[in-house]
Every structure is written in structure tokens, then in C-alpha cells.
Design a protein around this ligand. Structure first.
Ligand code: GAR
Length: 210
């Protein structure tokens, strides 16, 4: 089983979904630690309830972004994870950090990338008159929300939708999509090459269609 460290800043429902998926005997990954930049993140309590070790790295405890990331990288080096899953981690990782775990960092974003990267995705989708929205799990590269797509899922945008209602609808499909994407990557069905291109084993692609 591939050893995964999950990074959270908020409620941690995606981390919880991954941890639950990992409980299946045939699931190819396990969450060995949860890191957060927010001591109040609900994801920390959820991890502790599952007896998953947690670490907090508050940005303000460090003089610079580089020192903050160096502390996180040092803690990761002690663990030696195979993969890192960003699960509502609201901080941009530097190029140096990403290169240290090239092709091993996954992120979930609550839009159909490449549409609506960054913040306020749901309101922007509504304002654009979109009739569908969704989520994307992708490999993390230096550009924000730009890495190659591993899996996506779609939900309708309803008449008179609010950003909050749409976010909740998208979140329900995020959980299954992230679990499916991590399974694909951890099993070797999808890999990112050094040049940023993605290789998909034909036998694994169907699991990616939702
Ligand atoms: C999720 O909707 C996730 O896609 C989003 O934050 C939420 C975290 O929820 N991530 C981003 O916006 C990343 N830019 P969770 O803490 O309950 O998993």
C-alpha cells in the first residue's frame, strides 16, 4: 500500500473520504499522517478520531514561506510518503516543494479545470451562466490548479443556485472522485512523467469516467 500524507486547511471531508476508502482491504493506499497549516482545522479532529497522526505547521510560526515549507519538508522526510494528497489545503506550494515530490502530489479543486482555477470558483461558474459544474483531481505542478487531470465529475447548476448550494453539491461528488483518483494513482494506473504528460493504462481508464 502506498503511504499518503494528506494536507488540510479546513473541515477535512475529503481527507475523511480518502481515509474511509483506505479501510477497504483491496485499496492500494493508506493515510499515514495529516498535516495542516491551521490549528483549528476540523480535518485535524477527524484524523485524530481515526488515530491518524497529525502535525500543524502554522505559517505565522515561521519567518518566510521558504522556512515554513522547509519545516514541512523535514517532517515529510521523516515519514517518507509515496504520495501527498492536498485536500482543501489553501496554500500554494512553491516550485522547490513541488519538485521535491514531482508527480507525487495530488490536489482536488471544486471546478471543472481548466475552467475557474483559484478562489470563488462556484460564484464564477454561476456568473458565467454554466449549466454544469464539478470537481477535478489533478497532479500538482507549478502553475496554480494547472496540472494534468486524473479524474473529474460533473453536477448540474440549478436555476437560482447559490454559491453555497453549488459548493455543497460539488462536495458530494468530490469525495468519491478523490477516492477513485487516488486509487488510480496508487495502483500505478495513472502516472505523471517528468515532462508533465500523463500515462494511463488502458485497463484503468474506465474507472475514470463518471
Ligand atoms: C473542497 O471543496 C475542495 O475542493 C476545496 O476546498 C474544499 C475543502 O473541503 N479546495 C480548494 O478550493 C482548493 N483550492 P474539505 O476540507 O471538507 O475537504
Amino acid at each position: 500500500r502506498k503511504r499518503v500524507v494528506a494536507f488540510v486547511s479546513g473541515g477535512g471531508s475529503n481527507m475523511l473520504a480518502l481515509a474511509r476508502a483506505c479501510e477497504a482491504a483491496d485499496y492500494p493506499a493508506e493515510i499515514v499522517a495529516v498535516f495542516s497549516d491551521k490549528p483549528e482545522a476540523g480535518g485535524l479532529a477527524k484524523a485524530q478520531a481515526l488515530r491518524i497522526p497529525t502535525r500543524v505547521f502554522e505559517r505565522k510560526a515561521f519567518g518566510s514561506k521558504a522556512e515554513h515549507e522547509a519545516a514541512i519538508l523535514a517532517a515529510l522526510a521523516e515519514i517518507g510518503p509515496d504520495l501527498i494528497c492536498l485536500a482543501g489545503y489553501m496554500r500554494l506550494l512553491s516550485g522547490d516543494f513541488i519538485r521535491a515530490y514531482e508527480g507525487k502530489i495530488l490536489n482536488i479543486h471544486p471546478s471543472l479545470l481548466p475552467l475557474f482555477p483559484g478562489l470563488h470558483t462556484h460564484q464564477r461558474a454561476i456568473d458565467a451562466g454554466m449549466k454544469v459544474a464539478g470537481c477535478t483531481v489533478h497532479f500538482v505542478t507549478e502553475g496554480m490548479d494547472e496540472g494534468p487531470v486524473i479524474a473529474q465529475a460533473v453536477v448540474p447548476v440549478l436555476i437560482d443556485d447559490t454559491a453555497e448550494a453549488l459548493a455543497a453539491r460539488v462536495l458530494t461528488v468530490e469525495h468519491q472522485t478523490y477516492a477513485a483518483a487516488l486509487k488510480l494513482v496508487a495502483s500505478g494506473g495513472v502516472t505523471m512523467r517528468a515532462d508533465g504528460s500523463v500515462e494511463r493504462l488502458a485497463s484503468e481508464t474506465d474507472a475514470n469516467v463518471r
